[in-house]
Write a protein that binds this ligand. Structure first.
Ligand code: SF4
Length: 362
């Protein structure tokens, strides 16, 4: 507990808050900072960070929630696979309630009789496959660089043990290409990025170097209140001095080179490919597909499920919110017809979704 207490220390928090207010007065104009991590989104809401920031410092959320950025078309494809006879479709819990085309979801499909199972780990998915040799087991792999190495490990284990009735539907995504896309978005005016702690523990600090090249601040931060406020203060300092660089506030978890073993594992099994992001469109090299050596485990090839274009639900502004150009409160459905109990869009599903965090904490 000592470690956590240090990062929730009240006196330290007060001093950081005062420093941030001093820095903001010195800047003397409005600044917008973006966090690109669902865990930050949740922590910022939970600790009321926005409420203690100066008026001229705006903290917005970007495409940091894996469930939220999964496109309607990818959800549609998951539904098509899960609806096939003889298929056991496995995924992590957050995906279950994500609304797909026509408001359909894996949860609703399960209620109609499809065999959709929530798993807590890839090992559990593999066990389902070995326990059910007469069924085809699909695992929907979702998430950023943090979760992908365990999925890569699952595929390697299946190959080694000859588990032939297991396949992967990969909608994995990479964070740096999404930040590149945001930097190229002329509608979005961001002065600095609070970079994701968990993802950076895997990829290290180097992949963010394109941010300072665009004269924007970049600070990797942890998830406790002191981490976040210190991260904000470090960003403001870069803006004040005009010396933009990638700084690492979360040194206790993030090393400059990241976790090389996890990256090697990921690169051995997956290769980058274009990927459709909700709100951001298709971003080159931002998704991960299985390398040819492992393509026999590719659920898309195994089931030949066509890709169809779907629009997001009418009135839902998730796309704008994920780009950082709208807030949940601007959506006419927020807290009316869209609630965590009955979500219209994916940003209201996961607790890391921007709409869910605003619903709960604002
Ligand atoms: S409130 Fe609901 S409908 Fe509106 S943007 Fe958020 S998730 Fe979409």
């Amino acid at each position: 507990m000592k470690l956590i207490d240090e990062y929730r220390d009240n006196e330290l928090l007060v001093r950081l808050r005062e420093r941030i207010h001093r820095q903001a007065r010195g800047i003397g104009r409005g600044v917008t900072l973006m966090e690109v991590c669902g865990t930050h989104t949740y922590a910022i809401g939970r600790y009321g960070i926005r409420r203690i920031l100066p008026e001229n410092v705006r903290l917005i959320s970007g495409p940091g929630c894996p469930v939220c950025v999964t496109s309607a078309s990818d959800v549609g494809r998951a539904l098509d696979m899960a609806g096939k006879k003889g298929v056991i479709f496995t995924t992590f819990g957050d995906m279950l309630k994500v609304p797909g085309p026509g408001g359909e979801s894996l949860q609703k499909l399960r209620a109609k009789g499809a065999d959709v199972r929530v798993v807590g780990s890839t090992i559990e998915a593999m066990r389902i496959a070995t326990d059910n040799p007469g069924s085809e087991v699909v695992f929907m792999g979702i998430g950023f660089e943090t979760t992908t190495p365990t999925v890569a490990s699952m595929i390697k284990t299946c190959a080694r043990l000859g588990v032939k009735n297991m396949s992967l539907y990969s909608v994995h995504k990479l964070v740096p290409p999404a930040i590149e896309a945001l930097l190229a978005d002329s509608e979005l005016k961001v002065d600095g990025f609070l970079c994701p702690g968990h993802v950076s523990a895997i990829i290290g600090t180097r992949p963010y170097e394109m941010i300072p090249r665009k004269k924007k601040a970049a600070v990797i931060a942890g998830f406790e209140p002191v981490d976040i406020l210190e991260g904000v203060s470090m960003i403001l300092e870069q803006i004040i001095t005009g010396e933009f660089t990638v700084e690492n506030q979360y040194g206790r978890a993030v090393k400059p080179h990241g976790n090389t073993k996890a990256v090697e594992l990921m690169e051995e099994v997956f290769m980058p490919a274009p990927s459709q992001w909700r709100g951001l469109g298709v971003i080159p090299e931002s998704g991960l597909v299985l390398r040819p050596e492992y393509s026999s485990f590719d659920a898309i090839e195994r089931f030949d499920v066509p890709y169809r274009e779907y629009e997001q639900e009418e009135g839902c502004m998730c796309g704008h919110i994920l780009r950082g150009v709208a807030s949940p409160e601007e959506c006419p459905l927020f807290k009316t017809s869209c609630t965590p109990h009955d979500p219209v869009g994916p940003c209201m599903v996961s607790r890391e979704g921007t709409c869910a965090a605003h619903y709960r904490f604002s």
